[in-house]
Ligand binder design. Structure first.
Ligand code: NAD
Ligand code: GLY
Length: 377
């Protein structure tokens, strides 16, 4: 580990911990059995981060029946208020944001309150943005319950709601006080949601850690089976990589953009198909294979490594092609903001030089893109 993110093995407690190093805004991430089966353990873990007597849990109608009780029982005699939002990306909106603000004011929460996001990325992003702005900013804790939120959205401080003009158009960089990722909650996650989270895990191997990528290849069957040792390892290593990148470049002035590997293609796919047809991680999976093929042409990635990426994603039950999805290369290029009139436009792609090493390239030509897309459409 670099000094940007320290890892401590606390195996005796069945919990791994690491730190996102951001000066006075540094915070820990706890991974493993953080206490969903033992309220006293969860209470002990949460206590150092609860400074006042008020707590508001933001969750949704799917997660509340499964896990709200466990978190409530760990909060003792504090004033605990629960806001349950409907399930779905469409509720990551200014409308829900306003409803949560009204709720907190009605329940008389003050500046020493602490918000707890109990849910996936939708709940976490919305709760984080409320925390960033309620009374100019209050404490918040992330308790992510999807694999995607445990390895990506709960870490790094991007908070936002959507606007009809685009996803995540209104938001703030605002870091949580701590992240508690309990692997037992992944047992109830639907298969497609689980696989979508694995796409982001594979991304960390490609962009940062070739050994981790090889570990994922060797342990693909255990990952599909959601074996606990495999879950603890992938969540911890993914968070370490994300922590290291975010610690270097919190506000995406440069280096943090590498976390968007595969996402330029992925976002175009989501936009063209209509949000919701493919999950974000599924679109990113196809996008990462496209970015690998582009990298073979553009930045010297070995063809064999591009093929390894495609094979691993397939083994993890993720899509790797656009075939059958009624998309064509021209529409994709338009959706990415590059039409034929824009020669060597400034759209940035994250490309791989070799497994575990990527860079941001701004001079990818339309013809190189057309060549890559022709293999997929
Ligand atoms: P999500 O929050 O919509 O959760 C997916 C589904 O799983 C939902 O139906 C949810 O209710 C359900 N669910 C959650 N936990 C469960 C559990 N343990 N058991 C059973 N069902 C469960 O989706 P997501 O993939 O977690 O997050 C997607 C969101 O994250 C998007 O809004 C995206 O923009 C955002 N995101 C943010 C960042 C960031 O850095 N802030 C990064 C990536 C994605
Ligand atoms: N998910 C990309 C980032 O956090 O920067």
């Amino acid at each position: 580990m670099s000094n940007t993110a320290g890892s401590t093995d606390t195996t005796s407690l069945n919990v791994e911990s690491l730190t996102v190093s951001l000066g006075e805004r540094s915070y820990p991430i706890f991974v493993g059995d953080v206490g969903f089966s033992d309220p006293a353990k969860l209470a002990e873990g949460l206590a150092p981060y609860l400074k006042g007597n008020q707590v508001a849990i933001i969750t949704n109608e799917t997660i509340a029946p499964l896990y709200l009780q466990q978190v409530q029982s760990a909060l003792g005699n504090r004033q605990v208020d629960v806001f349950q939002m409907p399930d779905g990306e469409s509720y990551k909106s200014l409308d829900t944001y306003t409803q949560v603000m009204d709720f907190l004011l009605e329940k008389k929460h003050n500046r020493s309150t602490c918000l707890i996001a109990l849910g996936g990325g939708v709940v976490g992003d919305l709760c984080g943005f409320v925390a960033a702005t309620f009374q100019r900013g209050v404490d918040f804790i992330q308790i992510p319950t999807t694999l995607l939120s445990q390895v990506d959205s709960s870490v790094g401080g991007k908070t936002a709601v959507n606007h009809p003009a685009g996803k995540n158009m209104i938001g703030a960089f605002y870091q949580p006080l701590a992240v508690f990722a309990d692997i037992s909650v992944l047992e109830t996650l639907p298969d497609r949601e689980y696989a979508a989270g694995l796409a982001e895990v594979v991304k960390y191997g490609i962009i940062y850690d070739a050994d981790f990528f090889a570990w994922l290849e060797a342990n693909a069957p255990a990952l599909v089976q959601r074996e606990k040792y495999a879950l603890t390892h992938i969540i911890t290593r993914s968070c370490e990589v994300k922590a290291a990148v975010v610690s270097e470049d919190e506000r995406e002035g440069g280096r943090r953009a590498i976390l968007n590997y595969g996402h330029t293609f992925g976002h175009a796919i989501e936009k063209l198909l209509g949000y919701g047809r493919l999950l974000h991680g599924e679109a990113v999976s196809i996008g990462m294979v496209m970015a690998a093929r582009l990298s073979v042409e553009f930045s010297g990635l070995a063809l064999a490594d591009s093929q390894r990426i495609e094979k691993l994603l397939q083994q993890l039950n993720l899509p790797v092609t656009l075939k059958g999805l009624e998309l064509n290369a021209e529409a994709m290029i338009d959706a990415m903001g590059m039409d034929k009139k824009v020669v060597d436009g400034e759209l940035r792609f994250v490309v791989a030089d070799q497994m575990g090493s990527v860079r941001v390239a701004s001079h990818v030509s339309v013809s190189a893109l057309e060549k890559t897309l022709a293999e997929f459409c």
